[in-house]
Design a protein around this ligand. Structure first.
Ligand code: GRF
Length: 203
């Protein structure tokens, strides 16, 4: 049966766009039914509309976590959503919400978890002096950035680069990683792929 996907964003939505493209892959029995943003000015909203995807804006500012989630959830149920993909969604979900959607929420984080959870990830990586960083797609649990990992992409770190440069290089690996993880979760095969920029491994 076709799986209905909702993507949650707060900003640019480049991972969202990669997931929309992956879901349009004819081998996947999935469709992106809804893009949800907690920011009315998120640039990703326009991209979603241009791709013909329904969007929902629920401003989180000035709302309790519960009120925000209740409103979003009404739409998720109405759209019969099976899977939620967080893609640059900058709001922590409550334990109650995560519990109700257990094993149905994926997230992408721009580090090799369990290293560097939370914010200022690239600054943390550079000041730790790591030789490699990367990105991880994982299931969302009540504890931030710590659920089971679906796949990771490894990106070499140059000692002289800035956090912004590293962020940009990691983003290039995020898009194929998230798409490959979505395929895997929907029943596709494990995948390993090496390019000059990254090594991608989906479990
Ligand atoms: C990505 O770096 C992702 O890892 C993090 O937020 C960023 C979102 O970027 N969670 P975009 O909105 O998908 O372009």
């Amino acid at each position: 049966m076709t799986q209905n996907i909702a993507i949650f964003i707060s900003g640019r939505g480049s991972n969202m766009a990669a997931l929309i493209e992956a879901a349009q892959d004819s081998e996947l029995d999935a469709r992106v039914a809804l893009v949800v943003s907690n920011k009315p000015d998120a640039a990703g909203l326009e991209k979603a509309t241009a791709a013909g995807i329904e969007t929902l804006v629920v401003p989180s500012k000035g709302k309790s976590r519960e009120a925000f989630e209740q409103e979003v959830e009404r739409h998720l149920i109405r759209e019969q959503i099976d899977l939620i993909c967080l893609a640059g969604f900058m709001r922590v979900l409550s334990a109650g919400f995560v519990g109700r959607w257990e094993s149905k929420i994926l997230n992408i984080h721009p580090s090799l978890l369990p290293s560097f959870p939370g914010l200022h990830v690239h600054e943390q990586a550079l000041s730790a002096g790591v030789a490699v960083s990367g990105c991880s797609v994982h299931w969302v649990t009540a504890e931030l950035d710590s659920g089971p990992i679906v796949g990771q992409a490894v990106v070499p770190v140059s000692a002289i680069e800035s956090a912004d440069d590293l962020a940009e290089r990691i983003q290039q690996a995020e898009h194929p990683l998230y798409a490959a993880c979505l395929r895997r979760v929907l029943g596709g095969k494990p995948k390993t792929e090496t390019t000059d920029q990254y090594l991608l491994c989906v479990l």
